[in-house]
Design a protein. Structure first.
Length: 214
């Protein structure tokens, strides 16, 4: 499957993407995960991105498009991909249209995960993430078996640097200003699936039905 997952930070894009990868071997492409790995490794990309990320701002479109142009041509994307956290601006969406045309790739759909703001805030403040493999936990509803240790890979489970109250509030403002307009962009193209996303299981069920793989 080839899908874009749209939605505010904390809407469940990563969780849903990971569940969908189990269905047909499509890969999750999270620009946030790619950037966090680059910051951790101290690469040039990481050094350029770090300040923006810590402030909860978006990294410049040109950096992101460079990453995506390379990533989408890698072998493992042949089977399909789930774009998680990309595109995030109208210029990114327009550049993605061009790139997909060039690579002769057609999307199956664009999923918009709708979650009430109070649920988002609660999820983001209680979310914890594995530094190594990106597995997502929640201190209230889904803690790791051993505190601070990833069940899947043994990596360190931490609160992300951009999940302080200040950065969360900034990220939600940035989402409303720069990313929410993508809903209209894809609605006009007729490719948008608007889904109430309080339960990830339910979201996956609806996506499977829409793709005819119930
Ligand atoms: P995420 O894990 O998707 O919440 O992304 C974490 C941070 O990485 C964001 O707050 C941005 O600073 C940066 N980022 C991730 N994806 C993008 C993107 N498509 N465009 C610009 N910045 C991005």
């Amino acid at each position: 499957m080839r899908l874009i997952l749209l939605g505010a930070p904390g809407a469940g894009k990563g969780t849903v993407a990971k569940m969908l990868t189990q269905i047909d071997g499509s890969v999750q492409i999270s620009t946030g995960d790619i950037l966090r790995a680059a910051v951790k490794e101290g690469t040039e990309l990481g050094k350029e991105a770090q300040g923006y990320m810590e402030r909860g701002e978006l990294v410049p479109d040109s950096l992101i498009m460079g990453i995506m142009e390379e990533r989408l041509q890698e072998e493992d994307c042949q089977q399909g991909f789930l774009l998680d956290g990309f595109p995030r601006t109208i210029p990114q969406a327009e550049a993605l249209d061009e790139l997909l045309k060039k690579l002769e790739i057609t999307l199956d759909g664009v999923v918009n995960l709708n979650v009430p703001r109070e649920v988002i805030l609660d999820r983001l403040t209680t979310r914890r993430t594995c530094e190594e493999c990106g597995a997502i936990y929640n201190v209230k509803s889904n803690p790791p078996k051993v505190e601070g240790v990833c069940d899947k890979c043994g990596g360190k489970v931490v609160q992300r640097a951009d999940e302080t109250e200040e950065a969360i509030s900034k990220r939600l403002d940035v989402f409303n200003e720069q990313t929410a307009p993508l809903v209209g962009y894809y609605q006009e193209k007729g490719t948008l699936w608007d889904i109430n996303a309080t339960s990830s299981d339910e979201v996956v069920k609806i996506i499977k039905e829409k793709l005819g793989i119930a």
